[in-house]
Design a protein around this ligand. Structure first.
Ligand SMILES: [Zn+2]
Length: 355
């Protein structure tokens, strides 16, 4: 959990993923044979096959193929957040969203404004009157993102000296274990980064060539994954991500998408990608063999990096492995440990058997 906590506490909105990338590089020393940062900023990490010593190999004595199966794991490392858009005459900041927060969840939030020199604490609130002065009409209104301002508690001259348009703004929230779950901001999608790293750490032998790719700018239209896939040219691309888990009061059961604690989600399709049927069945069989809980799921609206990977170049075989997340795209995203570990264990099982 230490690594996951570090991952979620490191800010990285679309286009500003460098801190997360540096953390991953530092935390994976010795795990990969080659690493590469592409022009967009995605981190591509290659681990060559680690075949079982010959005497341990069962079967016909067939040698390992000259070109091993190339498996790409796509984990987006960006989180939803904001960039500073405007500094007004009093030093209040207006923000540009990068990724989709529901503004109903943005009242009275502590934020961090990450400037070139330092990280400044601030308070995010919509402009307008406090509850004491607001009319009944005012109180019903849900403000647009344009109405939110960040207050840095500093005079305008100092704000102008420290802050620039384009600086990253993220919400401050704690990482907490709640019952059998973890609750934090940006579990979407740092859990995927964690799953990939932890799964590879657990591997002893594998015949496939693994490309763990930590992609950029997923939250603003899956922009980094396509170019990364074009570089790797994988035989199989597995996208790791979160998905909706709406098994909570007020949502009909047929719209739950996943159920908490029922295991890793095998995404049959979402609105922008279709999982390769053979891969889906392979994952399901592996889960059964290794007694890992899984649930099939379909997401009628929404998508992941699989959307751009699948249609890149002459097309790629994709599989989307998801972890159901309650309260997704809030700063209290909740993931059940059974589901999280099931995703990781299924990944281990696949990488160990893929060839
Ligand atoms: Zn995501």
């Amino acid at each position: 959990m230490k690594l996951l906590e570090k991952l979620v506490q490191t800010p990285g909105v679309p286009g500003r993923e460098d801190r997360v990338r540096d953390l991953i590089l530092q935390q994976t020393k010795g795990l990969f044979d080659q690493t590469h940062v592409d022009a967009m900023g995605s981190l591509l990490c290659c681990r060559k096959p680690r075949p079982r010593p010959r005497k341990l190999q069962k079967g016909s004595g067939k040698s390992i193929t000259a070109s091993p199966l190339k498996v790409m794991l796509a984990c987006h490392m960006d989180q939803i957040g904001f960039l500073v858009r405007h500094i007004d005459g009093k030093g209040f900041l207006r923000v540009q969203p990068v990724g989709g927060f529901d503004t109903r969840n943005l009242f009275a939030r502590m934020v961090t404004v990450c400037t070139a020199k330092e990280d400044l604490p601030g308070v995010l609130n919509p402009g307008g009157k406090p509850v004491h002065l607001a009319s009944a009409e005012d109180r019903k209104k849900v403000p647009e993102i344009e109405e939110f301002v960040v207050d840095l508690g500093l005079p305008v001259e100092q704000v102008n000296k420290k802050v620039r348009v384009g600086d990253m703004v993220v919400i401050r929230a704690s990482f907490t274990q709640v019952g059998n779950t973890v609750v934090s901001q940006c579990l979407d999608n740092r859990i995927a980064c964690w799953e990939a790293i932890d799964a590879i750490k657990k591997l002893k032998y594998h015949d496939c060539e693994i490309w763990a790719v930590f992609t950029v700018q997923e939250e603003i239209g899956c922009r980094g994954a396509g170019p990364a896939a074009a570089r790797v040219q994988p035989d199989v691309a597995i996208t790791l991500d979160t998905t909706l888990c709406c098994d909570t009061p007020g949502v009909p059961a047929e719209l739950a998408i996943t159920e908490q604690g029922k295991g890793a989600g095998l995404m049959v399709m979402d609105s922008s990608a279709m999982t390769d049927l053979k891969l889906l069945e392979e994952f399901e069989a592996l889960a059964k063999k290794n007694k890992i809980p899984v649930q099939r799921t379909i997401l009628p609206r929404g998508g992941t990096d699989a959307s751009t990977i699948q249609r890149r170049d002459m097309g790629y075989r994709v599989m989307t492995l998801v972890c159901g997340t309650r309260y997704i795209h809030t700063v209290t995203e909740m993931v059940h440990l059974v589901d999280l570990y099931a995703c990781r264990d299924l990944l281990v099982a696949y990488l160990q058997s893929a060839k």
